[in-house]
Design a protein around this ligand. Structure first.
Ligand code: SF4
Length: 233
């Protein structure tokens, strides 16, 4: 694949790059299969329905209006060199570059680290539940490698955990937060699991999904580990 493949676009957002007005490009292709995936149409690595050159021309019209461009997915780093080249061109327009990643491609993250200003990295579960959640047995090790690579850059990031009660318990969340903090990460986010499909609704209750957010001891403990913790309810 020689050109970037884009499957979706959010033209304006205030929540996908901290403190910046941004747009989000959703790249097709993902190597893992999360049980709660909200973008299953982006998983196959097929031709994207957006013309990257038309998007680039549109980005030129956003100079001075937006501050950052966020690459999301799917898993954007799956597109390797085509992604790096596109990011270089977008950077040259003056935008900050954000990246949402599941951490599956640590080598590509290292290769892109000079081009990317901020990342949001998913730490989806403890090691023992990672394969059950993602369907891939090496996903945990790769994510941890990515986390450590980014921590060494000293650049800002947010590590986030979506609390799907089928795969994450309160005790798991506590362990994840301690592990993330021990690796030198300053910003953590706890995200509420929102079922996207009817059959998911039947496997978790609102009470189970809210439990992470209603536990004051858990919140205090996690808040004490980081400079910022965002509780996304
Ligand atoms: S990493 Fe994201 S796009 Fe890939 S399967 Fe998981 S939720 Fe879906």
């Amino acid at each position: 694949m020689n050109t970037i493949q884009i499957g979706g676009l959010v033209s304006f957002t205030t929540i996908d790059y901290p403190g910046k007005l941004a747009c989000v490009l959703f790249l097709v292709g993902c190597p893992i299969r999360c049980a709660y995936c909200s973008n299953p149409h982006l998983i196959p690595c097929e031709s994207g329905e957006y013309d990257p050159e038309k998007i680039f021309d549109w980005l030129k019209t956003r100079v001075g209006k937006l501050e950052a461009v966020v690459f999301s997915g799917g898993e954007a780093l799956m597109q390797g060199p085509a992604l790096f080249e596109y990011i270089r061109r977008v950077r040259d327009l003056g935008f900050k570059i954000g990246l949402h990643t599941n951490g599956f491609y640590p080598e590509n993250l290292a290769a892109a680290s000079d081009l990317v200003d901020w990342i949001g990295l998913d730490y989806k579960a403890t090691k023992s539940n990672y394969e059950k959640l993602t369907g891939v047995n090496i996903a945990y090790e790769r994510m941890i490698k990515s986390l450590d690579i980014w921590a060494k850059t000293g650049k800002p990031c947010e590590v986030r955990t979506t609390c799907d009660p089928r795969f994450v318990s309160s005790d798991d969340l506590r362990k994840i937060a301690h592990d993330v903090a021990s690796r030198g990460i300053k910003n953590f986010a706890v995200q509420k699991y929102v079922p996207h499909f009817e059959d998911d609704e039947h496997k978790t209750s609102a009470e189970m999904r809210n439990a992470f957010f209603n536990d004051d001891d858990l919140r205090d403990e996690i808040n004490s580990l980081f400079e910022t913790v965002t509780w996304r309810e």
